[in-house]
Design a protein around this ligand. Sequence first.
Ligand SMILES: Cc1ncc(COP(=O)(O)O)c(C=O)c1O
Length: 367
Amino acid sequence: MKPIPYVDLAAQFAAERGVLERRIASVLSEGQWIGGAQVDALERRIAARLGCAHTVAVGSGTDALVLAMKALDIGPGDEVITPPNSFVASTAAIVHTGATPVFADVLDDQTIDPAKVEQAITSRTRAIMPVHLSGRTARMPELLAIAKAHGLRVVEDAAQAFGSQQGGRATGTFGDVGCFSAHPLKNLNAMGDAGFVATDDDAVAGRIRRLRNNGLFDRNTVVEWGTVSRLDTLQAVILDHRLDGLDEVIARRRANAARYRALLDPSLVFHPASRPGDFDTFHTFVVQVDRRDALQRFLADRGIGTSIHYPVPIHLQPAAGALGHMPGDFPVTERQAGRILSLPIHQFLDDDDITRVVASLHEFLRC
Ligand SMILES: Cc1ncc(COP(=O)(O)O)c(C=O)c1O
């Protein structure tokens, strides 16, 4: 039986090899290897697609979060509310600004619970960082209303959600800043690390541009201490090429998700429905099941690759020890951490592959 890998980056490269090799060779021979016109053009293209005034390309999604928060003057003494079920980078970015992460538990669909956010607000809260996990947009109208009522900034972690929308508006453009990752495993993926920040705020965009380049105002003037987080020109041309095919990638993922939803037995497998008005891009397709670890092994024995995003909640990570959390603090996140399983959803799967995954899943869960 042919294996069904969880991801297939080799297949992606095989399909685009000719074009990419030409574009990469041209960057190499032009000799502009960091930043430059190709990066500027990519930033404009992404901003136009998102419908925001600026995007600033940076070295990774993690840097996008750190630099965006620094540009909003979030730092020591501040608290930022975020969910504990994300990839660790969301929380790590808050810690790197000097601010303190404060967790709020999530809903059945793994997005942050607005009611829990409201309960977590203190006099030190400066921002809310929702995470659009798996490409599913958090409840932005409720979160924006809470932020407005309490004078808080909104930093969207849209690392997994480029192309997603809510009510026709691009995910990542609701808050003060939206932070995206173009890590190789994302739907829009570079061949290395890359990320970008989206914002309508001219001053914030200008400050991130400075911070990503050592804080330099011009060649010889440093107005504040920055870092180095510029986008490689090679990654810019790769992303520019992949943007051409992104809608097709998203359409394939959505078709795969629709097939899963049609075939999966809801009495055995929980997969939260998309909410009305949401356009999900399915960076991951996450189901919640009993006996998850045994199921994952069973699928692996049949050549079916799966993943878990994420098995250990952030508040229970060793690095979070100083925050003083205990098992039981965020029960929804903790319960989900033992039940979630990401099924293969990539664009190179066909209908038969999805049917086989579902059949194997049902075979295991029915016995
Ligand atoms: C939710 C979330 N936030 C932040 C990041 C960090 O992005 P990067 O790996 O590009 O630094 C990721 C990447 O995996 C992510 O999934």
